[in-house]
Design a protein. Structure first.
Length: 205
């Protein structure tokens, strides 16, 4: 009987330790990545949104490869835009808000960085450039105002592949809003960058 009481106490102690450990993990997870404010719905007639997944691969000239992936959410009312970048677990790591001539990077840790070029801000957040300026048009299935080279269109006249703003772009899997697959590639002096965006079939927001 005495032995059984000691065993019970040990079992209770182990149970309490597991509960305490679980509580600590939950508390750390809640504090590790402060959430950014939710995106307010935009009722503008020019409002456009896309959500999906991205993967970036950087191949250096010495053969080393770096990769990052996660999710994205794009909101654009024709004047302002917002790009959220999430990690594979779905937590928002960075947000880029912009308008012509101005862009702001907001990190989940509360830090902010402002610049005139949104591409530079995303490179600061991810370690690799992403053509945010180009995405404003390419996600809608149209070309930027700058010169496009080697343009090929599909049977319905939509841009399929082209060179623009230093990127080789391939757009496919079109729906009513634009392409659902964008494969972008950029060659630099000491590295090659590949960006792949897959748009979800429906926007969960």
């Amino acid at each position: 009987m005495k032995h059984g009481g000691a065993g019970m106490r040990r079992a209770v102690a182990r149970g309490l330790a597991r509960v305490a450990a679980a509580a600590a993990v939950i508390a750390l997870a809640a504090c590790a990545t402060p959430s950014l404010p939710e995106i307010a719905p935009d009722l503008s007639p020019d409002a456009f949104s896309r959500v999906g997944r991205f993967a970036i691969t950087v191949t250096h000239d010495d053969g080393k490869t770096e990769a990052v992936q996660g999710g994205f959410a794009w909101r654009d009312d024709g004047r302002r835009y917002q790009l959220d970048l999430t990690n594979p677990l779905g937590s928002t790591e960075a947000r880029v808000q912009g308008r012509p001539g101005s862009a702001l990077l907001l990190r989940a840790d509360g830090s902010r960085l402002r610049a005139g070029d949104p591409d530079a801000l995303v490179e600061d957040a991810l370690g690799s450039p992403v053509p945010v300026g180009g995405l404003r048009d390419w996600l809608r299935g149209r070309l930027m105002a700058t010169q496009a080279n080697d343009l090929k269109r599909d049977s319905q006249g939509r841009p399929e592949s082209f060179d623009q703003d230093g990127w080789r772009a391939r757009l496919s899997r079109y729906d009513a809003q634009g392409p659902r697959l964008l494969v972008l590639r950029r060659e630099e002096a000491r590295r090659a960058i590949s960006v792949r965006l897959v748009v979800d079939t429906s926007d969960p927001s």
